[in-house]
Design a protein around this ligand. Structure first.
Ligand code: ZN
Length: 284
């Protein structure tokens, strides 16, 4: 199943560029708010299997019609230093347990559009995003995937000056400017991804590839993240986990490189899709 937000409403993707409006196709059984769908994930999965991909509610949609498929999570988790080569380029030791911070929810945005650059040094971090499909508390690693509704593409945009100011890293604040948490274009259920533990991901700036990695390189893979996070705090349906970034960020390059107005940032994860953002100067 592929869940999306199209023109601000929950939609199922039934083919490349083709969607059905969830509320209309279900005749009101499901509402139009995408976030609410995660509360009834099993029921939605059953319903989605009955949708006719050539039925009366099918229509075409353009990339710009897609919004954030997880617009209002109650909790947003983000994992730092989850790829060894990225920890090395950032001059950090390998973590022995996940480095966890949050991206405050007002930073979340959709898979296309403009992102305003605040003062400082804004960097890219393409990431696999996990969306939780059922309440998870004290979950064993072996059962971790059972709690995942689906996977999406994310960018953990980061302002490095604020991040590095003070005696301890300010990950949460420096990664939460408006527009710094794009997600999309769709949430794909793991059963649609035969290689769910080993997906290629990457990003480019103005067509030049900056990052390329595979999620199999994660120090803490998805099921282990769910086990370790849920050992402390319950994970709720519709919660989001940004799972960390591979190497190739601007901070780790020689010379260092950061985003400037006019740049186009394209981010992708194999089997899910791609996002396209334009960086712009703040409106004065
Ligand atoms: Zn990150």
């Amino acid at each position: 199943m592929r869940l999306a937000t199209v023109d601000g409403r929950a939609a199922l993707v039934v083919g490349a560029g083709y969607v059905v409006d969830l509320a209309r196709a279900s005749r009101g059984r499901f509402g139009h708010e995408t976030q609410a769908a995660y509360e009834r994930w099993d029921e939605l999965t059953e319903f989605a299997a009955t949708v006719n991909p050539a039925g009366e509610w099918v229509r075409s949609a353009e990339p710009g019609d897609f919004g954030n498929p997880v617009p209002a999570p109650r909790q947003v988790f983000a994992i730092g230093l989850n790829y060894a080569d990225h920890a090395a380029e950032s001059s950090f030791a390998l973590p022995e347990q996940p480095v966890v911070f949050t991206k405050f929810p007002t930073c979340l945005t959709g898979p296309t559009g403009d992102v305003e650059l605040p003062p400082g040094k804004v960097d890219w971090e393409v990431e696999l995003v996990v969306v939780i499909g059922r309440r998870a508390h004290h979950v064993a690693e072996d059962h971790g995937w059972n709690y995942v509704a689906g996977l999406s593409v994310g960018q953990d945009l980061s302002e490095r000056v604020l991040q590095q100011t003070g005696p301890a890293p300010q990950f949460s604040l420096a990664k939460s400017y408006p527009g710094f948490g794009p997600i999309g274009p769709v949430v794909v259920s793991p059963d649609e991804l035969p290689g769910r533990d080993d997906l290629e991901l990457g990003c480019s700036v103005n067509g030049e590839q900056m990052q390329q990695g595979r999620t199999a390189q994660m120090i803490f893979p998805v099921p282990e993240l769910i086990a370790r996070l849920s050992a402390v705090t319950p994970l709720l349906p519709g919660d989001v986990i940004f799972t960390g970034t591979p190497s190739g960020v601007g901070l780790g390059r020689t010379p260092q490189r950061y985003l400037v107005p006019g740049d186009e940032l394209v981010s992708h994860v194999e089997g899910i899709g791609s996002m396209r953002h334009h960086l712009v100067a703040p409106a004065s």
